[in-house]
Design a protein around this ligand. Structure first.
Ligand code: CA
Ligand code: CA
Length: 218
């Protein structure tokens, strides 16, 4: 008969606790990466009358400077409508391991009326603006109320509304962007991240790298 001593039982619970803590993904994130890799953001289309629209990663402070934010794409109004200043896919950071959380923000400035929406707010008490921007409240897309169209593993089209759209509609075409992960071999340090052994440290490192490397400038 297998007999476990009290010390052994403590170790089993301790190891089980570490395993439980190991997955670093945030369950309620807007998206989660299905595998480790590099994230890219690609402008698809837009239909809005905004003078300025900015799309990026994370949940920045509304008092932040643009240089402090993880800007991916920005649009400025020209004759004939709003167009992005950058159309190619832009690199938006390394995300290790699989299950990394992806949240986004939109910021608009129209005649100096500034508005923000954050996808991370959906897990709490989102504003009407945030629900309209990051969801499809009338299910016009037929995706069950989601604004996320999956093209394949780690490859999505986001049908977003601008931050002031809730005042007039929820047509899910104000800002359409593709977000996708390119799988890449894990470097040595990232292997440790993927193993969950040093998950907290890795998340901090990823954040710092994203701050350094994400496209966009003030
Ligand atoms: Ca919407
Ligand atoms: Ca709209």
């Amino acid at each position: 008969m297998l007999r476990l001593r009290t010390g052994s039982i403590r170790w089993i619970f301790a190891i089980a606790g570490l395993v439980a803590l190991a997955p670093p993904g945030v369950n309620a994130a807007y998206l989660e990466t299905p595998f480790a890799g590099q994230l890219f953001v690609e402008f698809v289309g837009a239909n809005n009358g905004l003078l300025y629209l900015e799309f990026g990663l994370g949940t920045p402070s509304i008092t932040s400077q643009q240089s402090e934010r993880q800007v991916a794409i920005e649009m400025t109004k020209r004759s004939g409508g709003g167009v992005p200043t950058a159309t190619p896919a832009v690199y938006a950071g390394d995300f290790y391991p699989a299950g990394s959380a992806l949240d986004f923000y939109l910021y608009s400035n129209h005649l100096n009326v500034k508005r923000w929406v954050f996808s991370s707010s959906l897990v709490g008490t989102p504003s009407d603006a945030e629900r309209t921007a990051f969801l499809d409240t009338d299910d016009s897309l037929g995706l069950g109320g989601s604004a996320i169209e999956a093209l394949g593993p780690g490859d999505w089209i986001l049908h977003l509304d601008d931050p002031i759209s809730f005042l007039v509609d929820d047509d899910d075409d104000d800002f359409v962007v593709r977000v996708y992960v390119e799988p890449v071999p894990l470097p040595g340090a990232a292997f440790l991240c993927a193993s969950g052994l040093v998950g907290l440290a890795c998340r901090g490192g990823r954040h710092a790298r994203r701050q350094d490397r994400v496209m966009g400038s003030a």
